[in-house]
Design a protein around this ligand. Structure first.
Ligand code: PDD
Length: 282
C-alpha cells in the first residue's frame, strides 16, 4: 500500500514524491534529520527531537523550514493520513537545491521531507532474545553530535554486522566504545552500575538515552557517564542500546563474548518496560 509522504509543502503518494537532483542533501549530504517514535498514534518525546533538530540546523547555519510547531503539525497530519498506530516518523531538512558549489548558497530554500514507517516497537521478538553486536573502528566525521544524513559509515558498520551474523555494530575509537551504529551503547557492571559514554562531539546526544537515564535514576539505579572499553564491555553483567526506533534493546553478546547467561539482563528488561510504559501512557 502506498504511503502519503510530505515533500516541501505537499502531501503526495510516495511514488509521486520528488526532490531536485541539485538538492544539497543528495550532492553533499548537506542535511539533518530526526526519527521520532509513534506509539498509539502519539509522538514520543517529540519536543526533545524538535530541540535537537533546531540545534543541528543551527550548528550548520541552515535556515529552518518552519517552526517546531509547524513541523509537528505536519508529523501529526502524516500520522493521520497514513493511519499510523505504531512506528516512526522520519524527517529530513536539507539546505535545498542550488547549482553545485562547495560553499553554502546564499538564497537556497531549505527542503523538508517526511515519511512514516509502520513498525512494531513495543512488542518485538528480537528484543525478547536480545542481540549480538560486533565492534568496528569509528571512521565517522568528528561532529557526531550533529544528526546529519551523512550515514555511510553507519550503514557500512551495520552491513558488517549483518555479514558477521550479528544484530548491530558498536563504534570504537581510541580504545573506547562511543555508541552503536544508530543508537547509544550502555553496559551494566558487576557492581550494578549503568555505564554509558559521556556526551561530547564524538556521539549523538540520544533523546532515548537521556530519558532512560532519568528512569534509571528514579529506580535508584546508579548511572555513570564515562568512557568504557570493549574489554570492560566483554566482562559486563549486561549491555543494551537505546534509540527512538528500538527503545531499549538488550545486547547479549559482544564480539565473541557472551554476557551472563546470554539472555537479556534484568536491568535492560526493567528499563525497557519502564520506557515502553512512559511512551504508551505519556
Ligand atoms: N538513530 N546514536 C546514533 C549514531 C544514532 O543514529 C541514534 C538514532 C542514536 C539514538 O538517538 P535517539 O535516542 O535520539 O533516537 C544514537 C536513529 C533512530 C536513526 O538513525 O534511525
Amino acid at each position: 500500500m502506498s504511503r502519503i509522504v510530505y515533500v516541501n509543502g505537499e502531501y503526495v503518494p510516495e511514488e509521486d514524491a520528488m526532490i531536485s537532483v541539485f538538492d544539497r542533501g543528495f550532492l553533499f549530504a548537506d542535511g539533518v534529520y530526526e526519527v521520532s517514535a509513534v506509539i498509539n498514534r502519539k509522538l514520543v518525546d517529540n519536543d526533545a527531537h524538535m530541540a535537537r533538530l533546531a540545534r543541528s540546523m543551527n550548528e550548520l547555519k541552515m535556515t529552518p523550514p518552519g517552526t517546531a510547531e509547524e513541523i509537528e503539525a505536519i508529523q501529526l497530519k502524516l500520522i493521520e493520513e497514513n493511519d499510523l498506530n505504531e512506528g516512526v516518523i522520519y524527517l529530513q531538512v536539507t539546505r535545498g537545491a542550488a547549482d553545485r558549489d562547495f560553499a553554502f548558497p546564499i538564497d537556497a530554500t531549505p527542503s523538508l521531507v517526511m515519511f512514516t514507517q509502520a513498525k512494531s516497537i513495543t512488542s518485538n521478538a528480537v528484543a525478547e532474545k536480545g542481540i549480538s553486536v560486533i565492534t568496528v573502528p569509528d571512521i565517522r566525521w568528528k561532529r557526531r553530535d550533529i544528526k546529519t544524513v551523512g550515514l555511510l559509515p553507519a550503514s557500512m558498520a551495520k552491513q558488517a554486522s549483518v555479514e558477521a551474523g550479528a544484530g548491530d555494530a558498536w563504534f570504537v575509537e581510541d580504545g573506547i566504545v562511543n555508541e552503536g551504529s544508530s543508537n547509544n551503547a550502555f553496559i551494566v557492571t558487576h557492581e550494578g552500575k549503568i555505564v554509558t559514554r559521556h556526551l561530547g562531539t564524538e556521539i549523538l546526544h540520544g533523546i532515548t538515552r537521556k530519558a532512560v537515564m532519568a528512569l534509571a535514576a528514579q529506580e535508584n539505579l546508579e548511572v555513570e557517564e564515562r568512557a568504557f572499553t570493549p574489554e570492560e564491555a566483554y566482562e559486563a553483567r549486561e549491555a543494551f542500546s537505546t534509540s527512538a526506533s528500538a527503545f531499549v534493546m538488550p545486547v547479549v553478546k559482544i564480539d565473541d563474548h557472551v554476557l551472563g547467561n546470554g539472555v537479556p539482563g534484568p536491568v535492560a528488561e526493567k528499563l525497557r518496560a519502564l520506557y515502553i510504559e512512559m511512551a504508551t501512557n505519556g
